[in-house]
Design a protein around this ligand. Sequence first.
Ligand code: NAD
Ligand code: FE2
Length: 371
Amino acid sequence: MFNYHNPSKIIFETGILKNKKKLKEVIGGGDYCIFTYSDKVFQEYSNQIVNALGEPKLIINNILPNPDYKNLREISELFSLKCSKIKFAIALGGGSVIDTAKFIVLGKGNFDKTIEYVEKKVSSFPPTDIDLISIPTTAGTGSELTCWATIWDEENQRKHSLIHQSLFSKLSIFDSELTLSLPKKITIETSLDAMSHSFESIWNINSNPVSNIHARNSINIILKNLPQLVKDLKNIKLREEIMKASMSAGLAFSNTKTAISHSISYPITLKYKVPHGIACSFTLPIILKSVQGLDKTCDNNFKSLFPDFENAPNQLKNFFKELEVSTNFKDYIGNANDWDLIVKDAFGGERGKNFIGSYKKVLEAQESLGY
Ligand SMILES: NC(=O)c1ccc[n+]([C@@H]2O[C@H](COP(=O)([O-])OP(=O)(O)OC[C@H]3O[C@@H](n4cnc5c(N)ncnc54)[C@H](O)[C@@H]3O)[C@@H](O)[C@H]2O)c1
Ligand SMILES: [Fe+2]
């Protein structure tokens, strides 16, 4: 028995943001606001939305990477003054923008009340009546297809998950043209985040036949296309492929959540400032090695992706090498004792508990791969 649920409507159309008539047709009318970044390229993208839909009540463009308490408090105040009665909110950006929009839209700008829920001091929260429309500008986080947001409390070195069923985007618009402006570094980081979501949804106690199809599809596309894309960043066909991969990863892990690689990643991002996409993916070869032979379905998923199954962890290691991303923890953490503690703690974390493997197997895999 299994079940699968994802209520987000998907529109995948390259160039749709520039198409005024089509954009108005798919989004509709009513009072709205836009969440986005402050950079020039996003001003242009926001203008295209305003040209199609008319003036919004507010454009929130002071969003910073990794939504943090400080930034969320400021945005909450602004939002509650102008937007408590809006019909929908457009999140135009990467995971940080979409996750910020989720936090604000759920609490309608009531920071303290939403934080109580985030910190699990209260167990329930009323659903939001503001529709979320997500337009991802990275091909990466999949946040446009999940009902949760990652909220960072840097001051206290903590990370929280905000989870609510009403936070599924009503509509997710995938316009691969928006990712053409991504520099090489962010292209690699965000694509590896998507790849990690897919691996993590396979070695996951919540995996199911539908999530596995999406996950395999996503990994296959990234392995084939990402090395080419980093050499040809303006290639729209390759951008479309990676966008499809990120979308498929979202469809996979929206039903399973992530697992041990993400659990390991959070302190590495908080303490060592390693970008999310690298922190959550450089462990994939070790974790893959550690699950080999543990579960028949998991093995079969990976056998279909890596016909030379025995050698799959090394193949994955080489894939990272080609992208010039280290898979050696010493390049991120330095101290082997700290690393051991991080890995051990990760098994007790919320996401770590989704992993089908064990601490012992991960240590064995690490040694056998020569780290
Ligand atoms: N809710 C979820 O399901 C989920 C899943 C994974 C990650 N996340 C979260 O998402 C965040 C990371 O998001 P991200 O990796 O998409 O990056 P991001 O949103 O933090 O953006 C990173 C940088 O990329 C730039 N950028 C984004 N799009 C661009 C474009 N088209 N052109 C040029 N520059 C662009 C931004 O200005 C920013 O400086 C983390 O906080 C992570 O925890 C959430
Ligand atoms: Fe992630």
